[in-house]
Design a protein around this ligand. Structure first.
Ligand code: SAH
Ligand code: DHB
Ligand code: MG
Length: 221
């Protein structure tokens, strides 16, 4: 694989279309400083998420897996004036860092980071009787992706856009014998999504700044 060329072209695209400002740069830097995983989406992927949120005129966005709030910032910047984004993060230190980064980006009013396991928090969002989300971004731990999607459907309306990160995993999804629980999690998710009658879906694979991977895109019917 010509990964140097892919990375250089990704940089070229990001430089033209997804330049990072102070808030985004500081967010990536804050993850380095804390020694947290560099699992944020790339700049170009962040811009893609931003465009998707604009496309659906998102007023309510749900994110599962905040890390340092990098994708959160790209998404929240696409919200209309009264728009809100709820992001669920399991690790309290990640959640605290995300809150700081979001405040620095001037988005504290629009974004709520809820600390807890997504599968514990999602039922309480449903029972709070909040209106359905316009867009949902799934990017937490990979084994329960199928369950996250089932919850996403319950919190959706027809037309809701659901995007799931990391569903190709350097092509390891092709290996039916894989014993990697992350790979198994997204294999189960991809098979479920392909057969799901409640949504129309595709996977876009990606190369470049991040390892070879892909995002699943689903529109709820
Ligand atoms: N969306 C972020 C990256 C998220 S990385 C970005 O692109 O900027 C995945 C995050 O999911 C990590 O911070 C991890 O702590 C969190 N996570 C792991 N298990 C979780 C769970 N059960 N519920 C919620 N978050 C979880
Ligand atoms: C992993 C998780 C992510 O969300 C990501 O974008 C890349 C890697 C991981 O857990 O390996
Ligand atoms: Mg991810």
């Amino acid at each position: 694989m010509n990964s140097t060329l892919f990375a250089e072209v990704d940089q070229y695209i990001a430089h033209l279309f997804a330049p990072e400002d102070e808030a985004l740069n500081s967010t990536i830097h804050s993850l380095h400083v804390k020694g947290f995983p560099q699992h944020s989406v790339s700049a170009a992927q962040g811009k893609f998420l931003h465009l998707m949120a604009l496309l659906v005129r998102a007023r309510r966005i749900l994110e599962i897996g905040s890390l340092g709030g990098y994708s959160t910032i790209w998404l929240a910047r696409a919200l209309a004036n009264e728009g809100k984004l709820i992001s669920i993060e399991y690790h309290p230190e990640h959640a605290a860092l995300a809150r700081q980064n979001i405040a620095r980006a001037g988005l504290a009013e629009k974004v709520e980071i809820i600390t807890g396991k997504a599968l514990d928090i999602l039922p309480s969002i449903e029972t709070s009787n909040a209106p359905p989300f316009d867009m949902i971004f799934i990017d937490a731990d990979k084994p329960p992706y199928t369950e996250y999607f089932q919850w996403a459907l319950r919190l959706s309306r027809p037309g809701t856009l659901i995007i799931a990160d990391n569903v190709i995993r350097e092509g390891k999804v092709l290996d039916a014998q894989s014993d990697d629980e992350k790979v198994q999690g997204v294999q189960r998710f991809n098979a479920m999504l392909a057969g799901c009658s409640q949504a129309q879906s595709i996977i876009l694979q990606s190369v470049g700044a991040k390892e070879h991977d892909g995002m699943a895109i689903a529109v709820v019917g």
